[in-house]
Design a protein around this ligand. Structure first.
Ligand SMILES: CC(C)(COP(=O)(O)OP(=O)(O)OC[C@H]1O[C@@H](n2cnc3c(N)ncnc32)[C@H](O)[C@@H]1OP(=O)(O)O)[C@@H](O)C(=O)NCCC(=O)NCCS
Length: 336
């Protein structure tokens, strides 16, 4: 059995900053409501003509991760791409990355586990390295949410939360058994699938049907739906469970966590977990205030930013944890 470690991290967010006050010009909302309920002050949105897309932002983050990992593009054995907002219905973004990075015909795998997508992707990559099949894997999380949200008052409870951006890591084979991905833990509970969902366009809800069913444009199933309070209640329970599961699997305790990087769903969720586990501010990294919820990109963006700010050092125990649509939830325990 081989060991895998994160050799490089990268992130990219579009330059265009959208504040809560900017949103208040488009819909009936306000800065106080958004900050109080979510902690978000601003987020980034792709702007028409800035040349970005989900795949392109993923490539920008990946290039930084590759450079930091000192891994050449042609040494990448697999691309894993997590997103809920791909450029195309099909094919997935992974093949676009292979083409844009001009990598020889390596495999490319797309992961559709929304807010848990990055950890699902990391776990998949980890298994390929641990079995010895691959040596270097690019894992990307990227989202273009702003391209698919309802920015009228009808969509305000969802659209104020989400932002655009990308993060990436290069996972490589390592000889040091003490360092790297110690374990990953994945879960799903599909009975709650529609509590946080986007129904169409899909084979169940194709475009002409959607238009025929919604002549007034009400209850449009091609905008996301979120049962906010239900999601919140489930999130705090599952985050706690999956963090404890990861610690237990490695004979660790809460006090051993050097850095917890929760998926940036809502600052209130992160704060609830922090208080429940009695973690200090130094033990938890949050940046939702600046970027909103970037779904599959939120953990690699936060991981990258924490690393760039010297908040993660060699040997630190880093715990990643996520919860989201599906419902799915997941954690990863890393010795940095
Ligand atoms: C979405 C969320 C912030 C909403 O907060 P909430 O306290 O549950 O608010 P509610 O949905 O009950 O709405 C309260 C009121 O605010 C209004 N409201 C909703 N969005 C608003 C907005 N952007 N601006 C102003 N008012 C808003 C509602 O219409 C409602 O008004 P009413 O009382 O007159 O009916 C919260 O439920 C949440 O964060 N849930 C978890 C979401 C999450 O983490 N998702 C990602 C998972 S990966």
């Amino acid at each position: 059995m081989y060991q895998s470690k994160i050799a490089g991290v990268g992130k990219y967010v579009p330059e265009n900053v959208v504040t809560n006050n900017d949103l208040a010009e488009m819909m009936d909302t306000n800065d106080a409501w958004i900050q109080e309920r979510t902690g978000i002050k601003e987020r980034r949105h792709i702007k028409d003509g800035d040349g970005n897309s989900t795949a392109i932002m993923g490539v920008k983050a990946a290039k930084i991760a590759l450079e930091r990992a000192k891994v050449k593009k042609d040494d990448i054995d697999l691309i894993v791409f997590a997103t809920l907002s791909p450029d195309y219905y099909f094919p997935g973004c992974g093949v676009q990355v292979q083409e844009m990075l001009d990598i020889k015909t390596c495999p490319a795998l797309d992961v559709r586990n929304q807010c848990s997508g990055f950890i699902y992707g990391l776990s998949t990559a980890d298994q390929f390295i641990k079995t010895g099949m691959y040596k270097n894997i690019l894992v990307i999380g990227s989202e273009n949410h702003s391209g698919g949200l309802d920015f009228t008052t009808r969509g305000r409870s969802v659209s104020v939360i989400f932002g655009d951006g990308a993060g990436a890591v290069v996972l490589t084979r390592s000889d040091n058994k003490e360092q790297g991905i110690l374990s990953t833990h994945l879960h799903s509970e599909g009975k709650h699938a529609l509590e946080l969902s986007l129904k169409g366009p899909s084979t169940e809800h194709w475009v002409p049907e959607i238009i025929a069913e919604n002549p007034q444009g009400d209850d449009i199933p091609y905008y996301p739906y979120m049962n906010g309070q239900f999601v919140f209640k489930n999130a705090v329970v599952r985050f706690s469970e999956v963090i404890m599961e990861g610690l237990k699997a490695n004979n660790l305790e809460v006090k051993d966590i050097d850095m917890l990087i929760p998926h940036q769903a809502n600052l209130r969720i992160s704060q609830f977990i922090q208080q429940k586990f009695k973690l200090s501010n130094e033990q938890v990294y949050n940046n939702i205030q600046k970027y909103g919820n970037t779904t599959a990109a939120s953990i690699p963006i936060a991981l990258c930013e924490a690393w760039e700010n010297d908040k993660i050092k060699a040997g630190d125990k880093v715990v990643l944890a996520a919860f989201g649509s599906g419902f799915t939830w997941a954690s990863a325990v890393i010795s940095w």
